[in-house]
Design a protein around this ligand. Structure first.
Ligand SMILES: C[S@@+](CC[C@H](N)C(=O)[O-])C[C@H]1O[C@@H](n2cnc3c(N)ncnc32)[C@H](O)[C@@H]1O
Length: 403
């Protein structure tokens, strides 16, 4: 069944189905998406019905790229909240009930469509409120954090390692969101293989293993690749000492290390074009998820042109430096999009801890190297900035022929 109409009346009908299902017990879930103002809006809002001490509430999770926030709306105010949001702030809405599922689409033109489907859920979920979430770096992380020198013998964060501790925690929070996006938190999702290229001492590699094995209690294979053999040996010794099943370190380079089939490829703070090598290896391996946090940027700066409106500003060295970083990382995301990935650029750690704080996360979304529009965006960007050579160019040109 479907009905067409203007946004206001069709949205009102959707809101009516929502409030009815909240009161007659058939409500399963509400999902709002396609914000009218995507700049600072959540990607999704997910509503669940929960029973709190004070009564029933519509519990809302606002899903941003790297964090969730929550808000509980008393059931008697849910209709007002829904009317303010549905079709007004969000153009798509999905309501699952045990009787029927409803989908609302509002077009830019203001036309709206409401479609009814057979219910995907025969039973309403538990109304119990979730227990508080486990802290990521909890007591079960003490052995490896102490082994890596982040904690002292008394189990406290060493003052000189406070930034590192914050960085590991933030990284694992971000990874949690990306893992959800990749479906790795769903039951029966198997045992992903993750390589961490240029892993150094392995702070973030141990962290990733900890997240799967000890926080989520899920199987995982994490391989740290590092060129310095003494770091590989000490990381392997610590992994064995704490009985970290599924975690291993191997000597090798980002450019050439032999890789198994990987689900995720990560390279954090790899210098200059080593980040591009990591992107290339990830695309080549068909990794579902690629994460890089670039370090220094040397390739683009000497090539950077001075397009007229920017020329006077680029007289200042620091602005050229920043523009070169901006252009390098921007180009990396455009390449990744052409290679079939959906990209996100995220502030990794706050600038008060380090200026190298940008992270590019790419989730495979489609076929590589087929979108001529995506390729054109790469070319236009290079032309604008006067970039005639980029580390990913050559390989991606061959990639186009090979795929
Ligand atoms: C800045 S550290 C980053 C370590 C870790 N990824 C982190 O973010 O905490 C860079 C590490 O990459 C290693 N490295 C540099 N070039 C490499 C390459 N081409 N292949 C593999 N490892 C490399 C260095 O030895 C060093 O341990």
């Amino acid at each position: 069944m479907r009905s067409m109409g203007n946004a206001a009346t069709t949205s009102d009908e959707f809101v009516r189905h929502t409030t009815e299902s909240l009161t007659d017990g058939s409500f399963v879930r509400l999902v709002l998406s396609r914000s009218v103002d995507p700049a600072d809006a959540p990607e999704k809002v997910i509503g669940r019905l929960v029973e709190l001490k004070a009564g029933p509430y519509l519990s809302l999770t606002f899903r941003y790229p790297t964090r969730d926030t929550t808000k509980n709306v008393p059931l008697d105010q849910a209709a007002i909240w829904a009317k303010e949001q549905i079709g007004v702030r969000f153009r798509s809405a999905l309501l699952n009930t045990t009787k029927r599922d409803w989908q609302l689409f509002v077009e830019d033109s203001g036309a709206a469509k409401l479609v009814a489907h057979k219910p995907a859920n025969a039973e309403a979920p538990s109304r119990a409120h979730d227990r508080p979430r486990q802290a990521i770096l909890d007591d079960s992380a003490r052995d490896w954090l102490r082994g890596l020198g982040v904690l002292n013998d008394r189990g406290n964060v060493r003052p000189t390692m406070a930034d590192k501790h914050a960085q590991i925690n933030r990284y694992l929070e971000i990874f949690t969101h990306l893992a959800k996006d990749c479906g790795w938190l769903e039951r029966g999702s198997g045992c992903p293989t993750i390589t961490d290229m240029g892993c150094g001492k392995g702070y973030l590699t141990f962290g990733l293993w900890h997240l799967f094995a000890r926080v989520w209690k899920r199987p995982v294979k994490v391989i740290g690749i590092e060129v310095r053999e003494e770091l590989v040996a000490s990381a392997n010794a610590l992994a064995r000492q704490i009985g970290a099943e599924g975690l291993e370190f191997a000597a090798g380079t980002i450019e050439n290390a032999q890789l198994p089939t990987v689900d995720a490829l990560i390279a954090l703070h790899a210098c200059n074009t080593a980040t591009d090598d990591a992107i290339r290896r990830g695309v080549e391996a068909g990794a579902h998820l690629i994460i890089v946090a670039p370090c220094c940027h040397k390739e683009v700066r000497p090539q950077l042109g001075r397009p007229a409106p920017l020329a006077a500003v680029l007289e200042h060295g620091i602005m050229t430096e920043r523009m070169a970083e901006w252009a390098t990382d921007g180009l990396r995301t455009l390449f990744l999009e052409w290679a079939g990935y959906r990209t996100k650029m995220i502030e990794f750690v706050s600038t008060e801890h380090t200026p190298k704080n940008l992270m590019i996360a790419a989730v495979r979304d489609g076929k590589p190297f087929v979108s001529t529009a995506a390729r054109a965006r790469v070319e236009q960007f290079k032309e604008f900035f006067g970039i005639h050579h980029h580390a990913l160019d050559e390989w991606l040109r061959h990639g186009l022929a090979d795929h």
